[in-house]
Design a binder for this molecule. Structure first.
Ligand code: CA
Length: 372
C-alpha cells in the first residue's frame, strides 16, 4: 500500500482498525496484504497467563485491554481468558506454560527468561540501556523484532510488544547516597543485572518477593529497594517508611513488557485473526505506556506535594555504575554468540539514539526549566 492509497483508504474508511494500528506500530506498508480469504466462523477459547499477581495495576489491566480489543475486533471469534500469576501456573512458569501448550499466550517481561538465554534481557531492559521510545523504535523498526523472533522461535514461541514502564525510579533508601562509598555494604532489593552491577560496586543485592519488601525495609532487613515508578511505588506504601526517593532508575531505563504466543497455535489461526492479535498487541503496548506516564505524573505530583525527599544519585556514583555496567554486560554478551549478536544490534542503536536525543530531547528538557 502506498501513502496515497493509504490516505485515500483512511478517508473512505476502507482501512480497518487492525491495519491502521499495525501501520501506526511501524509495520512496513508492503507487509500488509489484503486478505481474500473467506472469514471462518470458528471460535477460539484461549488462555493468557501472566507473570504479575492477579489484578496487578496497569500491567494486569494491559492484558484485559488486549483481550477486550481482540474480542471486539474479531467479533467474538477469539475469547481470551486472563489468569494472574499463580491462578493457572506459577508466575515465572508463564514462558514454559505457553511453550508446552498449557496456555496460548503469556504476558511478562523478557528479562525473566535470562536463564533460557541471556540475550532475552535486551528485549526487556538493561542498566543504562534504552528508554521506552528508543527501545520501541529498535524493536519495531531497528531490527530488534527480527532478533527477538529468532530467539523465541528456538522455543516454539512468538514475541510481541506488550507495554513499557517508562524510566523507572532509582528506589527508596534509608541511607543517604553521597559517594560511591555509601554503596558499600548497602543491602538493596534490586533484581537482575542491576543487582550484579550493585554487587560489583560493593553493595549486597537482596532477592525478595513483592509481598516481603515493605516489612523488610521497615524492619531494616534491607536499606533500600527499587520497585517500578512513582505510581506503583506509592501503592506499595514505601513513602511511609523510607527517607529518600532517588532518581534515576539507571538499572531499568524503560522496561519493555511482552506478549508471548505459542507459535504453532498462532500460525494455525486464519490470517485475519493473526493480524488482529498483532494489532491488539500494538494497541495494548501504547495503552500501557501512556497509562504509566499519566499515573506516574499524577503520583509524582502527590509525592512532591507531600514534600517527600526526592534526590538524584551524585554524578560520581552514576559514572561508576555506568562503567561497571559496561563490564557486566560485555561479559554476559561474550558468553554466547547469539547474545553477542543481539548486544551488537542493541548497542549500535542505543548509541545512535542517544546521539540524537542529546541534541533534541535533552536540549529541550534543559530549555523548559520546569520547577520541581
Ligand atoms: Ca524495577
Amino acid at each position: 500500500m502506498n501513502r496515497k492509497s493509504f490516505i485515500k483508504g483512511l478517508a473512505l474508511g476502507t482501512i480497518s482498525f487492525p491495519v491502521l494500528l499495525r501501520l501506526l506500530a511501524g509495520k512496513n506498508f508492503a507487509q500488509t496484504k489484503p486478505s481474500s480469504q473467506v472469514i471462518s466462523g470458528k471460535q477460539y477459547e484461549w488462555k493468557l497467563v501472566t507473570t504479575w499477581p492477579p489484578n496487578f495495576p496497569v500491567f494486569g489491566d494491559t492484558c484485559k485491554v488486549f483481550a477486550e480489543a481482540v474480542e471486539a475486533m474479531s467479533g467474538g471469534r477469539i475469547h481470551i481468558r486472563v489468569f494472574g500469576g499463580g491462578e493457572l501456573v506459577p508466575a515465572l512458569e508463564a514462558f514454559d506454560a505457553v511453550r508446552n501448550g498449557a496456555a496460548e499466550i503469556a504476558h511478562g517481561a523478557a528479562y525473566y527468561w535470562a536463564g533460557k538465554s541471556p540475550a532475552a534481557q535486551f528485549f526487556a531492559t538493561v542498566p543504562f540501556g534504552m528508554n521506552a521510545q528508543q527501545a520501541t523504535a529498535w524493536i519495531n523498526s531497528g531490527g530488534g523484532l527480527q532478533l527477538w523472533e529468532e530467539l523465541y522461535a528456538q522455543f516454539g514461541l512468538i514475541p510481541m510488544l506488550g507495554g513499557n514502564t517508562g524510566v523507572q525510579m532509582g528506589g527508596w533508601f534509608n541511607r543517604e547516597i553521597n559517594s560511591l562509598n555509601d554503596l558499600k555494604g548497602l543491602k538493596m532489593r534490586i533484581p537482575g543485572l542491576g543487582g550484579d552491577v550493585l554487587a560489583k560496586a560493593g553493595g549486597s543485592p537482596v532477592l525478595l518477593a513483592g509481598g516481603e519488601i515493605y516489612t523488610s525495609l521497615e524492619r531494616g532487613v534491607i536499606d533500600a529497594t527499587e520497585w517500578v515508578g512513582p505510581y506503583h511505588d506509592t501503592l506499595m506504601g514505601f513513602q511511609e517508611i523510607a527517607k529518600y526517593y532517588y532518581a534515576p532508575g539507571w538499572h531499568e531505563p524503560g522496561t519493555t513488557l511482552e506478549f508471548i504466543f505459542n507459535k504453532e497455535q498462532f500460525e494455525s489461526l486464519p490470517p485475519d485473526l493473526q493480524e488482529i492479535l498483532r494489532a491488539a498487541s500494538a494497541y495494548a503496548h501504547l495503552w500501557c505506556f501512556t497509562e504509566m506516564e499519566t499515573r506516574n505524573n499524577q503520583a509524582m505530583h502527590t509525592l512532591i506535594e507531600k514534600k517527600i525527599d526526592i534526590r538524584q544519585f551524585p554524578e560520581e556514583v552514576i559514572a561508576a555504575l555506568r562503567d561497571l555496567t559496561q563490564g557486566v554486560i560485555g561479559e554476559m554478551a561474550a558468553s554466547d554468540p547469539f547474545t553477542q549478536k543481539v548486544y551488537t544490534s542493541y548497542d549500535a542503536f542505543r548509541k545512535r539514539a542517544n546521539r540524537l536525543s542529546r541534541i533534541t530531547e535533552q536540549v529541550f528538557y534543559n530549555s523548559i526549566q520546569a520547577p520541581m
